[in-house]
Design a protein around this ligand. Structure first.
Ligand code: FES
Length: 117
């Protein structure tokens, strides 16, 4: 992991399987961030805690731009972190971008998110 300016390099996109995720630990409390890679090639970063009962979203199944929580199958939007359908709740998301095959997450947003978590 490398910090340069406002973005943190968290690894190569190729290390994240399509329709899968990998996790990184961030902040003093070691909060996990899940980085998702969708079949459409999009990348998203969310705090790795389901808004229902803290299930590890990174272990869920990715369908399109949503992930099904492995514990009770809530579907969470990867773009907004919000529960879909009739379920209610939201998990923080973190801006992410890909540059030259590297995945970068917003340092400021990550620190702000973790401070509020
Ligand atoms: S903890 Fe995710 S659906 Fe229950």
């Amino acid at each position: 992991m490398m910090m340069t300016g406002d973005w943190i390099d968290v690894g190569a996109l190729g290390e994240i399987p399509l329709r899968g995720a990998r996790t990184i630990k961030m902040g003093a409390g070691g909060e996990e961030i899940a980085i998702f890679h969708t079949s459409g090639g999009k990348v998203y970063a969310l705090v790795n805690r389901c808004p229902h009962k803290q299930g590890p979203l990174s272990q869920g199944i990715v369908h399109g731009d949503a992930v099904a929580c492995p514990l009770h199958n809530w579907r969470i939007s990867l773009a907004t972190g919000e529960a879909l359908g009739e379920d209610e709740g939201c998990v923080p998301t973190i801006p992410v971008r890909v540059d030259a095959g590297r995945v970068l997450i917003s340092r400021i947003a990550m620190l702000t998110t973790l401070a509020a978590a």
